[in-house]
Design a protein around this ligand. Structure first.
Ligand code: HSE
Length: 440
């Protein structure tokens, strides 16, 4: 069956939905020239009507408040889900797939939780479920992992995939502002959500990592199965100390294949060398570094959010699905990405990772303190690579910063338990993991 004009229905007319409608209408002939497919935006669903948007005029009868006019409409070929959230989006996507429609979504939370079942359903109904915009906005990292790196074993990947956190950390680093002040400013500028919890607690980044891991390693890993730590405990003092040691603090989503064929997965604030490319990804920008067995290190950089960058990724997915509809060829969805069979690789628990550490203790400034701490670290095979102590000002305590060589996380934790029992150590310890492999 050759279909000359492909009909699109969009669920949700918020920021990204508006961007998608702008491209589909204002760039229609460019899309047709570039891709050979003719797209027609037939329906846009917005819960509350009337509604209008600057820079776009929808065709008559296009706007509706009823999602059934998209998901149950026999004239619609491709459903674009941009309402976000899990429950309603899942219901509507499931209905659309069962009605034989191809689906495009930007919904990382939904796929991180229910990707397995939705992909199997899509396969059963011979439709595609494309999700480029779910991770790193306009950066084409999903397609790259699905198509361009298939000749590679992915050795590791490192992502700055949350623009809000990167904006906050960049401001703290460059302008010496406190977390709470810059968060308020980010909210004012519209970078951060009114409830920024998902961003600053690392959950948004973890959902994206879960999708990247599914593609890179064929493991369907929900975010409660790996270590997730946000940036709320990072102070401007920590950022300044890290800089003095030659590092920048970034929220990094990390996945690695270990020598014994396990997958290390974690999201946490990370010290990266200040000269590395990742350290220099500033503001609300995203970057994903993928190290492949054949290709070596690669880096993808761009805007991870926002109306038009995210819409760019959504429309690329629409065009891919439209080509399938036009040619009557249904894409085969690889089982490997969202397997319904037990994964071949297991997850490496955080206690089993080997990495370098930044440790900051607050200690009494008197003879023998450094030796006591050093001895305990030595007992657990932890080697110190550098130490800085700040001269005391008004108090008798000082900050003592140490960088370690690679050590086993379990050993670090046991050693720290003992160090914190020393009476010369006041308060807790600040631990931030270091990643050197990103140094290119
Ligand atoms: N809240 C995300 C971010 C954008 O700050 O990067 C959507 O994924």
């Amino acid at each position: 069956m050759d279909k000359s004009c492909i009909n699109i229905g969009i669920l949700g007319w918020g920021t990204v939905g508006t961007g998608v409608s702008k491209i589909l209408i204002n760039q229609n002939s460019l899309i047709s020239k570039n891709s050979g497919v003719q797209l027609s935006l037939e329906k846009v669903v917005k819960r509350t009507l009337p509604a209008s948007r600057e820079g776009i005029e929808l065709p008559p009868n296009c706007l509706t408040s009823d999602p059934a006019e998209v998901v149950d409409n026999p004239d619609i070929d491709i459903v674009v889900e941009l309402i976000g959230g899990v429950s309603e989006a899942q219901t509507l996507i499931t209905r659309a797939i069962k009605n034989g429609k191809h689906v495009v979504t930007a919904n990382k939370a939904l796929l991180a939780e229910h990707g397995g079942e939705l992909f199997q359903l899509a396969q059963k109904h011979k439709v595609s479920l494309n999700f480029e915009a779910s991770t790193a906005g306009g950066i084409p990292i999903i397609k790259t992992l699905q198509e361009s790196f298939t000749a590679n074993q992915i050795e590791s990947l490192y992502g700055i995939v949350n623009g809000t956190c990167n904006y906050i950390l960049t401001e703290m680093n460059e302008n010496g502002v406190d977390f709470s002040d810059v968060l308020a400013e980010a909210q004012e500028k519209g970078y951060a959500e009114a409830d920024p919890t998902l961003d600053v607690e690392g959950i948004d980044a973890a959902q994206k990592l879960s999708l990247l891991i599914a593609l890179a390693y064929g493991v369907n890993l929900s975010i409660d199965k790996f270590h997730v730590e946000g940036i709320t405990d990072i102070s401007k003092k920590e950022i300044q100390y890290a800089r003095e040691l030659g590092y920048v603090i970034k929220l990094i989503a990390i996945a690695k294949l270990t020598d014994d064929n396990r997958v290390e997965a974690r999201v946490h604030p990370t010290l990266v060398p200040e000269r590395s490319l990742l350290a220099n990804v500033g503001g609300a920008y995203n970057a994903v570094c993928v190290i492949g067995s054949a290709v070596g290190p690669t880096l993808f950089y761009g805007q991870g959010a926002g109306e038009m960058p995210t819409a760019s990724a959504v429309v690329a997915d629409i065009i891919d699905a439209a080509k399938s509809v036009k040619n009557g060829i249904y894409p085969s969805i690889s089982h490997a990405w969202f397997p319904d069979v037990p994964a071949e690789v297991s997850v490496c628990p955080i206690d089993d990772i080997h990495t370098r550490y930044y440790l900051r203790f607050v200690v009494i400034d008197k003879p023998g303190v450094l030796a006591k701490i050093g001895n305990i670290l030595g007992d657990y095979n932890i080697s110190i690579s550098s130490v800085i102590q700040k001269e005391p000002h008004d108090t008798d305590t000082v900050s003592l910063m140490m960088l370690t060589h690679k050590a086993l996380e379990k050993d670090i934790k046991t050693a720290l338990d003992q160090i914190l029992k020393l009476e010369v150590v006041k308060g807790g310890v600040k631990l931030i993991r270091i990643e050197e492999e990103v140094d290119f």
